[in-house]
Design a protein around this ligand. Structure first.
Ligand SMILES: Cc1cc2nc3c(=O)[nH]c(=O)nc-3n(C[C@H](O)[C@H](O)[C@H](O)COP(=O)(O)OP(=O)(O)OC[C@H]3O[C@@H](n4cnc5c(N)ncnc54)[C@H](O)[C@@H]3O)c2cc1C
Length: 271
């Protein structure tokens, strides 16, 4: 099967090419798309790529973080200002995968992949999309619910820089240090006067795509981050999840261990 590769200097042109062909796919770092090419997946006939510098942009200010969709996990690990994201980036595959794996590609990775996307969900990120319509922004949660339609190129993600020590991440895996997720938990847990206010928690591998733990978030509101304070959140930790039975773990096991790891994360005892 012949694969056509089309390269464009501007994202808008790449987006036009992507939307004009059904079997066209955007190329991020290729860690997943090249697997499909090697397996002669008939749904991949055209690869669309772009050299637009916007894709590699990392913008860090005191209030806001911008990450171009083509920024790799390795580039995040090289940026000191993004140290709160280092545990997440380090959890994506081994060194070779991290050199290529992009932020944009992670948004499309099917469960149990998508650890970085789950972290972005906890960070309340927005997604900037380039398409025939120009560029528009969308909350990540909304984007994920439509992601299979793939009409647009993700240009960038953006989010408010979390308060110091308010962002936590934990990945449960059977193969250390770089195994695929049994599950991952990302949590942004700001507090005022020792009480949680406006927590956002997201899971990887607990649903077909990264999913928020809305019941647990509500149960944490106004509570102290101690064993008694978090107990109501742990009781509803698995509400709204629909994990898979796969080669890594059963759905039952994922639900069983979720509160154990959420407890460790919230009490600051995660590995
Ligand atoms: C050995 C191995 C281990 C892995 N381990 C992990 C892991 O631990 N955790 C994890 O989360 N993932 C893991 N992955 C999956 C994958 O490497 C990552 O999810 C990665 O971030 C995907 O990004 P990519 O740039 O390589 O995607 P690509 O392969 O380039 O693309 C994947 C999909 O996203 C689309 N896409 C990519 N970028 C854009 C864009 N800007 N706009 C629109 N569509 C886009 C592509 O068209 C394609 O459909 C692993 C993969 C391998 C091969």
């Amino acid at each position: 099967m012949t694969i056509t590769v089309k390269s464009f200097p501007r994202l808008a042109e790449a987006a036009n090419a992507l939307s004009s062909e059904r079997a066209a796919h955007f190329f991020g770092g290729g860690t997943l798309i090249m697997r499909a090419v090697n397996e002669a997946d008939p749904n991949v006939q055209t690869i669309v790529r772009s050299t637009d510098p916007l894709l590699l942009h990392i913008g860090v200010s005191s209030g806001r973080i911008d990450l171009g969709a083509g920024v790799t996990m390795a580039a995040i690990l090289a940026e000191r200002e993004l140290s709160f994201l280092h545990p997440v980036a380090r959890a994506v595959g081994g060194p070779a995968v991290r050199e290529a794996a992009t932020v944009g590609g992670n948004l499309f990775a099917h469960s149990p992949y998508g650890d970085f996307a789950a972290a972005l969900l906890a960070l309340d990120a927005t997604v900037a999309l380039a398409g025939g319509f120009g560029q528009r922004e969308q909350p990540l949660e909304e984007f994920l619910s439509h992601r299979e339609r793939r009409q647009a190129v993700v240009a960038m993600v953006a989010f408010k820089r979390p308060l110091p020590d308010s962002f936590r991440f934990s990945k449960v895996t059977r193969v250390h240090p770089k195994g695929i997720s049994v599950l991952s938990i990302s949590a942004q847990v700001p507090s005022a006067s020792g009480r949680v206010t406006g927590a956002r928690i997201a899971y990887g591998a607990m649903a077909p795509m990264p999913v928020r733990a809305k019941a647990a978030e509500r149960a944490l509101e106004g509570r102290a981050l101690d064993a008694a304070g978090i107990a109501p959140a742990l009781a509803v930790a698995a509400d709204g999840t629909s994990p898979a039975d796969d080669a890594i773990a059963s759905a039952w096991w994922r639900r069983e261990i979720l509160p154990v790891h959420l407890r460790r994360l919230l009490l600051g005892a995660a590995a």
